[in-house]
Design a protein around this ligand. Sequence first.
Ligand code: PGA
Length: 303
Amino acid sequence: MATTRVTLRQLRAFEAVARLRSFSRAAEELHITQPAVSKQIRLLNDEIGLPLLEQIGKKVFLTQAGEELFSTCADWLETWGRFEQSIANLKGLKQGRLKIATVTTAKYFMPRVLGPFCAEYPGIDVAMEVVNRDRLLDRLARNQDDLYIMGVPPDGKDIESEPLISNDLVVLAPTSHPLAGRKKIPFRDLGLHRFLSREQGSGTRMTVERIFRENEVPFDVRMELGSNEAIKQAVAGGLGLAVLSRSTLYPGDGSELTVLDVEGFPIRRAWYAVRPKGKQLSVVAETFLTFLRDHVQMLAPRQ
Ligand code: PGA
């Protein structure tokens, strides 16, 4: 196999298409056109001598050769990224690419800290991936990002997690609900109501199910929604109650939604910065983590 002419650009294009399973999303992420991505993949195919991707309709699949190249690419691009970082470091520059992955709910506060961070370090390009907890764990296992922000870090010795700030779960109801304004509502009364819930695989859902189980109260899910905003709208519309992170609330929400005073709530938790144990953070990631620690108040709920 004559792979001497394989270029970093081809590998980057392939890795993005293989990871995102889409030529158009890869083009968007790499800030190049879709034909440019296709061209890089074609050149790479020619070099390797076997097809790497298969497109059926709009779906992109990896061939066996593609799967093997994909796992090689992940290691290789990370090593190359570290090399670029050390060179930037040797030059005394804080520049490079920062890849953060956060759970869905963290999108309420992470952009607040990214604004001032990017203003202070204009040479750092930030990519933030927003997915639910299950998909985040998958990215963590594949070591796809520099840092992960989540509410329920996985058990186990192979990760390092650092609590940043509180992430309380509260019970939400429409302001017109009969329980609104009542003091010390017994937990078991929640069993009499129907709930709007996040999808399976969400950290919020996982915690809520555990708490109801521990209290031996049935968790009656009327509707499952993959978005905190959609849940808030549905609660305001009277479709049921919901347990969500306080981080999802805006100051203006008080006109339609109220936080119920239920015994055992708020459920005290934290937001964590997580990374694989022993992962050597790039200078850029180290810079971001320090910035995060120094500006942790920006992550606080606004209501
Ligand atoms: P989720 O995670 O957005 O996946 O529900 C939030 C959390 O764990 O608090």
